[in-house]
Design a protein around this ligand. Sequence first.
Ligand SMILES: Nc1nc2c(ncn2[C@@H]2O[C@H](COP(=O)(O)OP(=O)(O)OP(=O)(O)O)[C@@H](O)[C@H]2O)c(=O)[nH]1
Ligand SMILES: [Mg+2]
Length: 388
Amino acid sequence: MTGDAVVEVSGDHPRQISSGHDASVDLSLVIPTYDEAPNITALLHHLHAVLDAEGISHEILVVDDDSPDRTWDVAAGLADEIPGLRVVRRLGGSGLATAVVCGWTHARGRLLGVIDGDGQHPPDVLPDLVAAMDDGADVAVASRHLPGGGVSGWSAARRLLSRGAQALGLLLLPGTVGRVTDPMSGYFVVRRDVVAGADLDPVGYKILIEVLARGEVERVVESPYTFLERAEGESKVAVRHYLGYLRHLMRLRIHPLRSRALVRYLLVTLAALLLDALVFVWLFDTRGWNLTRSAAIAGEAGILATVLLHDLWTFAGRAARSTTDRVRRLLGVQLALGVLLFGRLAVINGLVNWFHLGPMAAFLIALAAVMPVSHLLGSRLTWRGARS
Ligand SMILES: Nc1nc2c(ncn2[C@@H]2O[C@H](COP(=O)(O)OP(=O)(O)OP(=O)(O)O)[C@@H](O)[C@H]2O)c(=O)[nH]1
Ligand SMILES: [Mg+2]
């Protein structure tokens, strides 16, 4: 009796969240489940009642990893009573965070949310989160660590582990983990377009960290809540989840090395250096201009090429596109690279005057030594908001 409410998908489901949404659905709430049959019915009724009472148009997507206790089947049995309920039965896949992303790829709403399926996240906080989103937040997080929030019935060891994990996150990813009081929260709402272009690739449990690290997040708002005790069923938290968390942090730490943005970064740098060299050869060799002037103008050409290419290509669609932003970036790169350009001129002159190198050799050495670092540094500083 699974009915039409169940969609079966395979584990290696695409991760791309589309940018288009259905105007009639405000919130798409995903509930990742594994063996939550004893909890899911009460939770679904409670959620539906709260959202209905608040007049929030919604759909609820239960994403179940083919639970042995047939949670998906139990949930699907409620589809007639709870309009907007859909069940995704994932075959051959596992993991809380990827289940959430899978649910979001099936979602139709303007806002994408997530809540645990075991009743530990009180549904009554959901309207606060949606209200924060309506007030302009990019992400609204339910937090245990704000005044008014907390955990009930956690042992000292579990509190310590949770805080330890947070501290580790702060150490490795301060710019991401430090943005919220409760980065471990599995209860939050995000605007669709914040994650639509992002390549979400989470490991383990901590989907919020993935969203904060890879999404286009400007404004985060938190609401306090108390993490309730699990009513029925068993926790799935195991030692491997702590290891998974560590792997997740490391992956995000080095993620610029894997991202498409970095490849473009490097190509732009290379192109700028090439242009720099060509302009220098042309001015110095062909036109016969003096060394310092040729090197300065060549360096400037490289800087302008960097700004232009990053804006039009590397971060196209990501960085803010207004003229003011462009001017701000141009000035930023100019400042950062301009200082190093002076350094380069000094190196060139030093090599020629003190080490008696030929001007071309001196130029090339300075180009190779100073400019790649400065281009990367300048780009890094200036496109900070682009979060590569
Ligand atoms: N689809 C799916 N859901 C999962 C998976 N692991 C956990 N979940 C669900 O994710 C939610 C949170 O998991 P829990 O095991 O309750 O983790 P927790 O709430 O941090 O820990 P406890 O306080 O011990 O319950 C629950 O709804 C689980 O059923 C998984 O591999 N796949
Ligand atoms: Mg739980």
